[in-house]
Every structure is written in structure tokens, then in C-alpha cells.
Design a protein around this ligand. Structure first.
Ligand SMILES: Nc1ncnc2c1ncn2[C@@H]1O[C@H](COP(=O)(O)OP(=O)(O)OP(=O)(O)O)[C@@H](O)[C@H]1O
Length: 557
């Protein structure tokens, strides 16, 4: 890294010891000055190693404030009173709050207080650090926050007030908070009324359903403002300029898990404050030239659609409904006939079978994102192993009987499935991983499902294939009539769930439902297109675990 000129350097007192403290545009560092007789008071906790240099990236400093030393304690009273001797000699102090890495991708707010000999020096430090923070233009100053009071364990408001709002105040972020009053309140407000020009970003406090509302509100608003017709599947959508922050307060918090590595409200609040940006692809889903929904994580037909449809009927069971419906759906072992056509993404870096994972600063997302942002024509090379008869104008066509058809636009890792549905999927490479699980025995399907939680490759099975695609279509073997759709929407017994070939038996229903990020779609025949990097999140992506993780102070440099 290029050597940065020093902005300030002084010898300051930290926890009864003298430190050489230095600031440049990139780093704040402090290193204990070697003295013959170390002055460490016996009872005081001393987290820093003697002689070790400590550093905090300026981009991860949250705030700096002068300290009233006479009061003896810091604002929150966590630290003990400074020994009289030190405060007499160094009567002025300032505290720097910064991001510290904790276990499993968690971030925490840490404080370090430096004592100065003179008031002018103290003020100079505070002012210089503040100037550096002001220069960080990617940081949000005004945020529009939506809280779902009924998400997850209904703790959204408490989580925001107790864990997030104090951090926003510390970082001088002003907020306008709306507690939602009904489903789709946030979506509709964003789409129509919200004065978006006043804000640097929008934040949702809730789960994946709430995040989906934000995506729908913001993407629709952006298209409307730019005169783009969402009903046209071929239309190139305009990317959203405002970033979205997620404070996890839902049941699974999959999106949060995939973009910061953990569903922890404090970590997410800190990612928002430092102004991180993680681009994300969005899939648009259409039926007959009519826009249905956007999806950012999973589109699942067959197994995952059936699990969701069944679990929706058992909401009274609480979160246990997913296990119950999952088990029941596995036992029913239904397969569905239809045609999948897709446009393979063969001109890009990366495959679904890669060992590398999408992590912060992902090279594959950067490379492919650039490729797709340049209006690349949707023509692909054909795979030499696939017969020409399976291609139609660059599209590959597969007919068959499927237990599951899944399109994973991200790994879909979550605490229940740490590897996810497609471990090597990328957040922002302009593709989705299309996983086709053909009809097989119950035992083999179980083996496939179990591999999602083990070290074995879930795609390495004869009845499973996976393709990285830019667009796909699915048409069920039998066309749905409008009356069937009406029945379905009314929640009545689906007549189509009687096998067409053998009306007397109920061996396998004709249609499943599409699970679109946890919502059921009203149509089985759909067309899906990936819009590369359509939205941006206040997130960094999952960081690689630091190699010095087991050292006592992860900020040591
Ligand atoms: N005030 C409200 N009253 C009822 N429903 C609401 C309200 N605000 C938001 N919702 C809806 O609640 C649904 C679930 O919210 P959220 O995603 O925050 O929590 P969740 O427990 O993780 O739910 P899920 O697991 O179904 O996504 C969302 O789809 C959202 O549309």
C-alpha cells in the first residue's frame, strides 16, 4: 500500500502508559513507548500487549469525542476512574469509537481513550479525526427506517431502540422512523409517498419478507421515475441509487446472513454506519408479459414450493411448521413434469461447482458485473457435450420429470444450512444457479438433501444438474386454466392435484407452486431474467476470517 503522509503524531497517555499515537488518511495507530519502568496500575484491565502496534482503519472509526476528565468516567460509565496521578498530568482526553472484529463475522463498537497534556492538542486531535470522517463521502447521514413490529419474535422495535438507535446517534446519523401498520406498508410508502431525495439510504428492521418489501418498493419506484415498463420481461431495468440496510429481526434473516455473514443487529448497524456497499442481482419474474415479483435469493418449484405452500396453511404451528411441512413434503415425494429452457452464462468467470465462495470484494462479481453492465448481447457459446437438438437460438431446452427446480441467486446459506443451496453462487455476477433435481428414489433424494449439511457435493449425483444461467423459463406439461388459478387463489382443494394421466389415482399432482423468496406465486409458467447489480446494500459481503483471529486484540497490526 502507498505510504500515506502523517497528519498528526503525539505521545499520549492510554491506560496509564505512554503511547506514540499517529494518524494518516488511512490509519490511526498507537504503539506503547518503551520505558524502563512500566507504569501499569495493578488492578486495571489492560487489553493491549506491550510493544505491539495497534491500528484502526479511518474508514472504521465511528466517532470521536472530547472527554470530560473531571467527571472521572466516560459517558457510559464503563471504564474505571483514572488514577489521580495520570489525570493531573494529562488532564485532557478524547475517545475514539471504532469497529472491532469479534467472533464469527460479528462487529462490535470499541472505545479507546487517549489523555493529553494540553487542551489545544486534544482539540487538534478531535478536529483532525473529525475532518477525516467528514471526508468519507460514502457514509450515510440521513436514513429512512421502517420497522416491522411483528417480524420474527416481534422484537423489531426493541432491537432498534436498544441496539441500533444509540449507534446511529453516536455516528451523527439522523433518521426518520416508520413503524409499519400492515403488510406492504413499507413497499407502498417507498413506491409512492417517500421523499427519497432527503435520504442517503433506507433501512428495514425485520426479516427477509420485510427486505423483499423494500426491494419491491425501491425497484418499482426507480423504474416508474425513469419511465421503464416492468411488465416487459426484456426491459433493461434502471439500477437503484439508494442503498438498503437490513437490521435483522426476522425468523431466518437469510439475506443478512449472506451479505454480512451473521444475523446480528449491532453488526448490521455498524456496516450501515461505515457506509459499506454490496451490489446485488435481482431476478424479475413474469408470466405472459405480466410482471409478478422480484426475487433476490431462491425461486423454488417442486419440493421448496410445496414445503412453503403446506407451511402457509400451518402458520398456527409457528416456526415448527417448516420442519413439519418439510418432512411431510419429503414423504409425499411428488414430481412435476415440464420444460425448462435457459440461457447459459458461458461467457463469464466461475461455475456453480467452484470451491471458491463469494466474499467481500469478490473478483468474480466485479469481473462479470462489468461484462453485463456493458449491454452485452444475450448470445452464448454452446456446450460441445450437449447435442444441438437441445439448443434453440442459444437457449437450452430440457424436458423431464422434476422433484425440484431451484434457482439460487445467492448461496442461500443460513444458520440451518450453512453451505446453502448453491454454495458457490455469487451475489452480484448477473447470474442465477439453476438446479434441476430429476425424479429419483426417496432414498436418493434424501441423500441429496442431507448433502446440503455435509462436506459432500450435493450436485455430484446422477439425477442432479446445475447450470449458471442469465434467464430461464419454465412451462408445466399441462397448461393451467384460469378456473384452476381462481381455485388456487381461493385456497380451495386443487382439482389439478389429481394426476392427469390416471384420474382415478392421486400419484402426483400436475403442478407445484413457485416459492419466490418465501412468497407463493400464482402461476407455474414463468419467465425469469437476472438484472445484474440492480440494487446495493449497506453491507461489505462476507469477510474472510482474519488469520490473526486468535490473538487477544484483532486490531493489532
Ligand atoms: N405491521 C405489520 N403487520 C403485519 N404484517 C407486516 C407488518 N409489517 C410488515 N409485515 C409483513 O410481515 C411479513 C413478515 O415480516 P418479516 O420478514 O419482517 O418477518 P419474518 O418473521 O422473518 O417473516 P418471514 O420469515 O415470513 O419472512 C412481511 O412479508 C411483511 O410484509
Amino acid at each position: 500500500m502507498e505510504k500515506q503522509p502523517r497528519l498528526l503524531a503525539s505521545q499520549l497517555l492510554l491506560k496509564n502508559s505512554l503511547f506514540e499515537v499517529s494518524l494518516n488518511r488511512v490509519l490511526l495507530t498507537w504503539k506503547e513507548v518503551a520505558t524502563k519502568k512500566k507504569r501499569v496500575s495493578g488492578g486495571m484491565h489492560h487489553p493491549f500487549k506491550v510493544g505491539t502496534s495497534h491500528g484502526v482503519s479511518v474508514s472504521e472509526i465511528l466517532a470521536v469525542r472530547e472527554l470530560d476528565v473531571d467527571s472521572g468516567t466516560k459517558d457510559d460509565g464503563r471504564w474505571q476512574k483514572m488514577p489521580q496521578k495520570s489525570t493531573e498530568a494529562y488532564p485532557y482526553a478524547f475517545t475514539v469509537s471504532y469497529v472491532e472484529r469479534a467472533w464469527q463475522h460479528r462487529w462490535r463498537c470499541s472505545d479507546v481513550t487517549f489523555h493529553c497534556l494540553e487542551g489545544a492538542l486534544c482539540q487538534q486531535w478531535v478536529q483532525t479525526i473529525r475532518e477525516q470522517l467528514t471526508a468519507l463521502t460514502s457514509r450515510p447521514k440521513h436514513l429512512l427506517v421502517y420497522i416491522n413490529p411483528y417480524g420474527g419474535k416481534q422484537q423489531g422495535e426493541r432491537i432498534y431502540e436498544q441496539k441500533v438507535a444509540p449507534l446511529f446517534t453516536l455516528a451523527s446519523i439522523s433518521t426518520h422512523v416508520i413503524v409499519t401498520e400492515h403488510a406492504n406498508h413499507a413497499r407502498d410508502h417507498l413506491r409512492t409517498e417517500a421523499e427519497l431525495k432527503k435520504y442517503d439510504g433506507v433501512v428495514c428492521v425485520g426479516g427477509d419478507g420485510m427486505f423483499s418489501e423494500m426491494v419491491h418498493g425501491l425497484v418499482s419506484r426507480t423504474q416508474r421515475d425513469n419511465g421503464v415498463d416492468q411488465n416487459s420481461p426484456e426491459e433493461k431495468l434502471v439500477p437503484c441509487t439508494l442503498r438498503i440496510g437490513i437490521i435483522p429481526a426476522g425468523s431466518t434473516d437469510c439475506i443478512c446472513y449472506a451479505t454480512v455473514g451473521i444475523n446480528d443487529p449491532v453488526t448490521s448497524a455498524l456496516h450501515i454506519i461505515v457506509g459499506d456497499a454490496q451490489a446485488m442481482d435481482v431476478c424479475s419474474v413474469h408470466h405472459n408479459n405480466t410482471f409478478l415479483r422480484y426475487s433476490v435469493s431462491l425461486l423454488g418449484y417442486g419440493f421448496y414450493g410445496d414445503v412453503l405452500a403446506d407451511s402457509e396453511r400451518k402458520r398456527w404451528m409457528g416456526p415448527a411448521r417448516y420442519d413439519f411441512s418439510g418432512f411431510k413434503t419429503f414423504l409425499t415425494h411428488h414430481y412435476y413434469e415440464g420444460t425448462v429452457s435457459f440461457l447459459p452464462a458461458t461467457d463469464i468467470l466461475g461455475t456453480p461447482r467452484d470451491k471458491t465462495r463469494c466474499r467481500a470484494g469478490c473478483f468474480i462479481c466485479q469481473h462479470n458485473g462489468q461484462l453485463y453492465s456493458e449491454d452485452a448481447p444475450e448470445i452464448c457459446e454452446t456446450d460441445p457435450d450437449v447435442p444441438d437438438s437441445e439448443y434453440k437460438g442459444g437457449w437450452r431446452v430440457i424436458r423431464g420429470k422434476f422433484l425440484a427446480i431451484n434457482a439460487a441467486s445467492m448461496s442461500c446459506a443460513c444458520p440451518r444450512s450453512p453451505k446453502g443451496l448453491s454454495p458457490a453462487a455469487h451475489l452480484a455476477d448477473g447470474t442465477t444457479d439453476l438446479i434441476l433435481v430429476r425424479k429419483c428414489s426417496r432414498f436418493n433424494f434424501l441423500r441429496h438433501l442431507l448433502r446440503h449439511t455435509s462436506k459432500y457435493d450435493q450436485f455430484d449425483m446422477t439425477f442432479v444438474e446445475v447450470h449458471r444461467v442469465r434467464r430461464f423459463r419454465f412451462t408445466p406439461r399441462y397448461c393451467q386454466s384460469d378456473s384452476e388459478l381462481d381455485l388456487r387463489e381461493n385456497g380451495k382443494k386443487l382439482f389439478s392435484q389429481i394426476c392427469r394421466d390416471h384420474p382415478a389415482c392421486s400419484c402426483s399432482p400436475a403442478y407445484s407452486s413457485w416459492n419466490c423468496d418465501g412468497e407463493i406465486l400464482p402461476h407455474a409458467a414463468i419467465e425469469v431474467g437476472v438484472h445484474c447489480q440492480l440494487i446495493k446494500l449497506f453491507a461489505r459481503g462476507i469477510e474472510e476470517q482474519p488469520v490473526f483471529e486468535d490473538l487477544p486484540n484483532p486490531c493489532a497490526v
